[in-house]
Design a protein. Structure first.
Length: 533
């Protein structure tokens, strides 16, 4: 029978094989672990050795698995590993279970920020993964000529649906982005103003006499209804219909949490391509049903669907319906949650800092005196303090706190970023939250809400490139101008008509703790008391 040195040698051989030919699926890796010892037993038996006992088999497998695990751990911590020179938490160097734990807590952004505070701008956050909180990474990784999207994005891809804009990169991304750019042009935004105004007025009417309410929830209803209008020509009425609030909106939150786990173990996602997963199936059904409804109707405005379907006939070839379904669902998930997150955070910060609330209130009253239309976007360009408050909110609470990593191509020679050599096949995060809270770029008081840092040159960021709430480069947020317009209109309308304060008993610190990073941001209840002005 095989001896202990045999199992150690086999474990080292399997480790070496996996290092050179990394399994892409869970069943591939498990097959190696289970079948390699079995094959070894078979070879010994056919050469004349007696069959092993069950106890012997179990002991041998245990010896093999422990040896394999020890080999992997020692290699990842040894000078032989290409990321040995990069500091980071010990557990992060050993296993992606560390990343899964951060995702489970919902505070991945906080853990990464603390790691950067402890280890510096370049931190090893996984066996083959780093996080770089340095402006050089913004341009080198995210900018034109930067790095391609990595396994994080492929793990988010629904195997039964075409890739959406988030997953694509390179020329396919540029071709799809061209359609989105038309839908987010200045001309298109002017078409959307009336849609925003309609939904914002509906929000105002719903909460004006409600007394105490969960403001974060109502803002989410508004953004979801509006993005439904944009992506599928309507069909969603969370503001008006309480029954809808317990259906698709919670589903989207669960879907985001579900997908955030897979991004840390893409090999597991690959193994579940053909397994029915209820939350994924429901999201797919949601997109298809609304796309079919929109395709049979005629919208009153040129909505986003109009541009994604190229109804103007500007493309050489009509986009496939499946592509538009995938992008429409993406528009709702990404567009609704991110804007809701920023608006909720803005009102939270204003209510936490009454002097800034009063200052913004005064600016709005100047630009929208009695009789003026607070939904008119023309004054926005002159509203410096409003813009400063939104920028500072985006800095402190970016809608996507950690973002997704890029990958150094396997066929490259590696890349030097922020003065550190990053080898091929490394996943690289450029985390907005860590950058935005860095004293290197935002001083004084990087954790404080100071809108004046966007008005006073002496307080301005030391490097504007460190401010990336909508990401950076060719794959930045295509809807950033729409989000700005939406936020400006809603803030001006609500503060011109209503007065807000925290509800009695509201725990300010607890609300921040309940903001969880699952690529998009999930929130707790923001309880406020509302009254008419």
């Amino acid at each position: 029978m095989p001896t202990a040195p045999t199992w150690v040698a086999l474990a080292l051989t399997v480790h070496l094989f996996c290092h050179v030919h990394e399994p892409r699926t869970a069943h591939g890796g498990f097959a190696l672990v289970l079948l390699s010892p079995a094959l070894t037993f078979f070879i010994f038996i056919v050469t004349g050795a007696p069959p092993p006992s069950i106890i012997s088999v179990l002991a041998s497998y245990t010896y093999f698995v422990i040896s394999l695990g020890a080999s992997i751990v020692l290699y990842r911590l040894s000078p032989l590993h290409p990321l040995y020179h990069i500091p980071g938490p010990l557990l992060a160097k050993i296993s992606k279970l560390y990343g899964l734990w951060m995702t489970w807590t919902g505070h991945q952004h906080i853990h990464m920020r603390r790691a950067h505070d402890k280890y510096g701008p370049v931190v090893r956050t996984g066996p083959n993964e780093v996080s770089i909180a340095d402006v050089d990474a913004v341009t080198s990784v995210l900018g034109s000529g930067g790095l391609p999207k990595g396994q994080f994005y492929s793990a988010r891809q629904d195997p039964a649906a075409p890739a959406n804009l988030l997953v694509l990169h390179g020329e396919p991304h540029a071709n799809r982005r061209r359609l989105w750019n038309r839908g987010m042009s200045t001309e298109s935004l002017s078409e959307y103003q009336q849609v925003i105004a309609k939904r914002a007025t509906q929000l105002l009417d719903a909460i004006a006499d409600a007394g105490v309410l969960d403001f974060a929830a109502w803002i989410s209803y508004f953004t979801f209804d509006f993005m439904g209008d944009m992506a599928f020509g309507g069909g969603f009425e969370l503001l008006a219909n309480p029954a809808e609030r317990t259906d698709i909106w919670p589903l989207m939150g669960r879907f985001s949490v579900f997908m955030s786990f897979f991004t840390h173990v893409p090999w597991l996602a690959s193994s579940l391509l053909h397994v029915r997963i209820p939350v994924r199936d429901r999201m797919r059904k949601f997109g298809v049903e609304n796309a079919l409804r929109r395709s049979k109707s005629t919208a009153q405005t040129k909505d986003l669907w109009y541009h994604l379907m190229d109804d103007a006939g500007l493309e050489k070839q009509k986009p496939p319906l499946g592509n538009v379904v995938a992008d429409g669902a993406l528009a709702i998930v990404a567009g609704a949650d991110t804007t809701a997150s920023v608006l909720s955070s803005l009102f939270f910060l204003l209510l936490s800092n009454p002097k800034y609330y009063e200052q913004l209130q005064a600016e709005i009253d100047v630009h929208f005196p009695p009789g003026a239309d607070p939904l008119d976007p023309k004054p926005h360009a002159d509203m410096k303090f409003l813009n400063a408050c939104i920028n500072e909110t985006l800095r402190l609470h970016p809608p996507v706190r950690t973002s997704g990593p890029r990958q150094v191509p396997a066929d490259s020679q590696g890349k030097v970023i922020a003065g550190v050599f990053i080898p091929p096949c490394t996943q690289i995060y450029v985390p907005p939250y860590s950058l935005h809270h860095s004293s290197q770029y935002f001083s004084p008081s990087p954790d404080a809400f100071l809108p004046e840092r966007w008005l006073d040159p002496a307080l301005a960021p030391s490097n504007p490139t460190a401010f990336i709430p909508f990401s950076y480069g060719p794959a930045n947020c295509v809807g950033r101008n729409l989000a700005r317009l939406e936020m400006n209109m809603v803030v001006c309308l609500l503060l011109s008509r209503l007065r807000f304060r925290f509800a009695d008993g509201f725990e300010v610190e607890k609300w921040v703790e309940q903001m969880h990073d699952h690529f998009i941001t999930t929130k707790g209840a923001l309880m406020v008391e509302v009254e008419r002005r």
